[in-house]
Write a protein that binds this ligand. Sequence first.
Ligand code: ZN
Length: 260
Amino acid sequence: MNCIAKYLRQRILRKYAIAFNEWHSITARIPLLKDLSSTERARLRQLCTLFLYHKTFTGTKSLNISQAMKITIAAQACLQILNLGINSFNGWVEIIIYPGAFRVKRHVTDSNGLVHQEDQSLSGEAWDRGPLILSWDELEHESYQLIPGHNVIVHEFAHKLDMLNGRANGMPPLHPNMPIEKWTDTLSRAYELLNQKIDNFKHSDINPYASTNPAEFFAVISEYFFTAPEILCQHCPEVYEQLKQYYRQDTLQRLNQTCL
Ligand SMILES: [Zn+2]
């Protein structure tokens, strides 16, 4: 970071710091944050201050976005980039919040190659270089109680991380010490295995939505990595290891467990 960027960052952190009482009362209600160390909490608060400074929030259908709502979203989004840095959310600004699920019209291609227009009901959506859209009902439900394998904030922000190096394809920009082949082989194998299980009507501990495509696979396994690392590790320890290296966090260790 150059001197000017460093100065600006310090200025934002000083001038716009989230008040401690407010920070504490809101984040204490979010189970996803309960095992963070005090150092991690302090870093998370700084990241959230920067996040709130750089992002805009727009409520739809007369939904008023309170500071508590913003912090609830920021804290879980920034948990993902705790060891990646705020620049990982560069390239876009707006977060749009619907009060409930929102409907979109989509063109889908069926198995015969025919294109249909479908009406879909969504709880979140991330646009490439565009806004990130969330349903408040859904995120509120998943923020204040831990639902293993489900967190729409983690899911949509994982898509944003994935989009940092082009269209979402299940591979965000990897760190220099992470061989691309290892990531591709490990995640592709797990993705194929999940698809086989689903095709053969076998039970899988992982949400079948992960079998939609590699981008959804990455977003869904990220949900498990943060909300239920023990399930992800049990299902596929090699995938857990790759996510641990990518997110630079050991979410299982926070629970006093190990994976490999
Ligand atoms: Zn998705």
